[in-house]
Design a protein around this ligand. Structure first.
Ligand SMILES: [Zn+2]
Length: 460
């Protein structure tokens, strides 16, 4: 009897033990599914069903499930018969996708809106942002029986596959999609004429001395010399900069991170041995939805950076092959959000693959703030809670579009020509400790000598 009781206790512990692990696994699986929204076809949305045609699975509205929206009645897309009437073919020679509808147009099947969507297969953390140019929704006319669409696929380095999706909906705008499914997968390596994505051509907007390879033959020699002299005079401003300040080291050692549970901020201590700064020539290129004012801003920033951080060699290039710090500017619409989860932020710097994403749909002032903020990260600046800084997470801070005093003084010491950032800049360890313990005092360091550099960044 005692033996049975022992077995019973053992089994109880065993079952409870494993059930705990199972629950843990379930939550992990849910997290996994939530974080891999790309696998839409593996999880059927409520109100939808899967139909199969020519080996492809399509997700279509299930009319038998009446949890659909109002307005469903006779305006619904006739999805199954529409799919049966459709044939698709992609030509790897000319990038054309041909959709053929046998006898009627999509409109005859009550499809009022039809889109082909491109979604590259990619691992964000490993990839460069040039894949974003292959994220696209292409509207398809619904009143034609044969439609040819130029998919205009761009070369994006490591990319292999691009999923082509078909998205259809009926007459009412608020009606849910009646088809939202993968049509085919394109292997980008097989495409014979991939397009090359080039940065915004800024040759007429950015001074030749800030261009990576200025086109000397087309340059007005006088203009070039004048720019050169102006630039040399500006560089002399370096001698008038304030002396390196202990507060900048304290600010660099104390970064701010979002709380892992999503509420508030936590301090993140950074060792001076692990400071991030750029050691090779940095060549910026702006891609996507770029406007002239973005280039003007970059030109102004380069102007100021060549003075505060002369050891940081920084240029702009309109040639993709020489860009090593690309800035991709796209509006965070549904398609891009699906890839980047960008609805939660207006910009991001990816340190491993060294590129910046900026949501091009935000207002001009905020967009410029985001460009400077993310460039600040790329140059090695962390966050702070100061009121006057482009790197601030404080609610009290304005979204300024320039490097302010404390940002500039950090860049000054970070790119100083010394192997020891403290002794090389004649800084006092005790004062650094004081500012670390009183970080708000570090925020309030101001010096009028930075005014010229701030003015340079605000040129229009
Ligand atoms: Zn940031």
């Amino acid at each position: 009897m005692k033996q049975i009781k022992k077995v019973h206790i053992f089994l109880t512990i065993w079952i409870f033990g494993w059930s705990y692990l199972c629950i843990d696994q379930v939550s992990q699986s849910i997290d996994y599914i939530n974080s891999h929204r790309g696998n839409v076809s593996s999880v059927v949305k409520p109100g939808y069903k899967i139909v199969e045609k020519n080996g492809n699975k399509f997700l279509i509205r299930d009319k038998n499930q009446n949890i659909t929206v109002e307005n469903s009645s006779d305006e619904d897309c006739l999805t199954e018969s529409f799919l049966n009437s459709m044939h698709h073919e992609f030509n790897y020679e000319n990038n054309l996708l041909t959709l053929t509808f046998s006898d009627k147009t999509p409109l005859d099947y009550k499809i009022h809106k039809l889109n082909v969507k491109l979604q590259p297969d990619w691992q964000l953390h490993l990839s460069n942002g040039n894949k974003l140019h292959n994220v696209r929704s292409l509207p398809i006319p619904t009143n034609q029986k044969v439609v040819e669409v130029d998919l205009q696929i761009y070369d994006s380095g490591t990319i292999n596959d691009i999923n082509v999706l078909l998205n259809a909906s009926g007459k009412h705008i608020d009606q849910r999609d009646c088809v939202d499914s993968k049509l085919m997968k394109i292997n980008a390596y097989r495409i014979s004429n991939l397009k090359t994505l080039q940065p915004y051509n800024a040759e007429k907007l950015i001074a030749p001395i800030y261009q990576n390879h200025p086109n000397i033959t087309e340059l007005n020699e006088f203009q070039y010399l004048r720019d050169y002299v102006v630039h040399q005079k500006q560089r002399m401003l370096y001698k008038n900069l304030p002396a390196p300040h202990e507060a900048s080291i304290a600010l660099m050692k104390k970064d701010i991170k979002k709380h892992p549970k999503g509420q508030g901020w936590v301090w993140n201590d950074v060792s001076l041995d692990h400071l991030h700064y750029r050691t090779e020539k940095t060549v910026i290129g702006l891609f996507g939805h770029v406007v002239d004012s973005d280039i003007q801003l970059i030109s102004n920033l380069i102007d100021a950076l060549t003075i505060v951080a002369p050891n940081l060699q920084i240029k702009y290039s309109s040639d993709a092959s020489s860009v090593n710090l690309p800035i991709y500017m796209y509006p965070c619409d549904d398609d891009i959000d699906y890839q980047l989860d960008c609805s939660d932020y207006a910009g991001v710097y990816f340190p491993n693959s060294d590129w910046i994403f900026v949501d091009a749909s935000v207002s001009r002032l905020y967009r410029e703030h985001v460009i400077v903020h993310e460039l600040g990260h790329a140059l090695g600046l962390g966050h702070n809670l100061c009121k006057d800084s482009v790197m601030s997470y404080s609610d009290l801070a304005d979204p300024i579009p320039f490097f302010d005093d404390i940002d500039l003084m950090q860049l000054q010491v970070l790119y100083s020509d010394t192997s020891n950032i403290i002794s090389g800049n004649n800084l006092d360890e005790e004062k650094i400790e004081y500012y670390e313990a009183n970080i708000h005092d570090a925020c309030s360091i101001k010096n009028n000598k930075w005014a010229d550099l701030i003015e340079l960044q605000l040129k229009k």
